[in-house]
Write a protein that binds this ligand. Structure first.
Ligand code: BGC
Length: 358
């Protein structure tokens, strides 16, 4: 069997990224620590094929990132049943694109030089009826390593029939090279509201304030301090003990906006998340198993990473009050997310994200 190709890009400023044509899975992402030494900032499995069964690790997610309830959705009066690939018999739902989502596709991939740095382009044509979603969907995802040390992801999609689209990346960030869990990492999320979910992790339609709850991450908090509340706190306990919530971002307008900040005091690495999307799913790897076939010499488990899955809200096709995820022929779906890496001293000296402004 021919191995699926994989591609490496280097930006000349200390960052490198390796990704497979299988699911665009990132098997290595390295960024400098406070002393300028490059190290891994993502967990990874030993082989790309293992990432799907281990929490969709580091893959492109589509056609619909996150959950869809009610067995599917209706579009223009036509019901589309979706694979019930999550939640078991008790709470069945469709998760991350269905039985064979974009993370399991072999994409066309090539390396090229973009204006602001080396890049990898992934393209695919998802045929009409793929996982029972309507329309032939052309998708292009570009990973760029910018010269100022950001991993930028640009998503584009077009269709020939009305459909729904919600693309994201399921990267498992651990800024300390996966040396230990992320309890000592600091997190901040620029969101005053979140989408409330039921026991099945499906949105109720309500979007309550984070104020006064364990989900208030508007000022930086040490993750371990929140994980310590998980056994008793209703919101953290209900999602497997930690964060697995869709935060509705406090956006200033259209375009790229600050979504989240993540930092590891030990290595001194920081990461800012900027996005054009209205929401981010913050998932603290609550279901990551110690049996994960980790990259050589490593062992992972619960709370060993945080995913910042920029997106439209879960179950939007069934929630008329949420921003629409509909894509029509002639329109272009575009979404951009930037994971910008730096170090704590530089961050203290003057960040651009506004996290000190509050
Ligand atoms: C979801 C989690 C799920 C995980 C699977 C996240 O996007 O929010 O509930 O367990 O993906 O890896």
């Amino acid at each position: 069997m021919k191995a699926t190709p994989s591609f490496t890009i280097r930006n000349g400023s200390g960052m490198s990224l390796t990704a497979s044509a299988l699911g665009g899975i990132v098997t290595s992402l390295r960024a400098p620590d406070a002393k300028g030494r490059p190290g891994e900032v993502l967990l990874a499995c030993a082989r790309p094929e293992q990432h799907h069964a281990n929490g969709y690790m580091n893959a492109i997610i589509g056609r619909y990132g996150n959950r869809i309830s009610r067995g599917g959705f209706a579009l223009d009066g036509e019901f589309r049943a979706l694979a019930q690939n999550s939640g078991g018999r008790k709470h069945p739902c469709s998760l991350h694109g269905g039985a064979k989502g974009f993370d399991q596709k072999v994409w066309q991939a090539r390396r090229f030089e973009a204006a602001d740095g080396p890049a990898i382009e992934f393209t695919t044509l998802s045929p009409d009826g793929d996982e029972n979603f309507p329309g032939n969907l052309f998708v292009r995802v570009v990973y760029t390593l910018t010269r100022d040390n950001a991993w930028r992801i640009d998503y584009l999609a077009t269709t020939d029939r009305p459909t729904v689209v919600n693309l994201t990346q399921h990267a498992y960030f651990n800024l300390n090279g996966g040396a230990r869990d992320v309890s000592d990492h600091v997190v901040q999320v620029n969101a005053s509201r979140f989408t409330e979910v039921d026991a099945a992790l499906l949105p109720t339609g309500r979007v309550p304030p984070v104020e006064g709850t364990a989900l208030d991450l508007r000022d930086p908090v040490r993750l371990g301090d929140r994980f310590a509340l998980a056994a008793k706190d209703r919101l953290l306990k209900g999602v497997g003990g930690g964060f697995d919530h869709n935060f509705v971002l406090d956006r200033k307008g259209p375009g790229l906006d600050f979504a989240a900040f993540f930092a590891d005091p030990e290595s001194g690495r920081t990461m800012e998340v900027w996005t054009t999307e209205p929401c981010v799913q913050v998932y603290s790897a609550n279901f990551l198993e110690p049996s994960t076939p980790a990259r050589r010499g490593q062992k992972y488990g619960r709370h060993w990473a945080v995913c910042f899955e920029t997106q439209h809200a879960p179950d939007s096709p069934n929630q008329p009050s949420f921003p629409s995820v509909r894509l029509d022929p002639g329109d272009v779906y575009r979404s951009t997310t930037v994971y910008a890496f730096g170090t704590l001293d530089a961050h203290e000296d003057g960040c651009s994200c506004g996290c000190h402004d509050r």
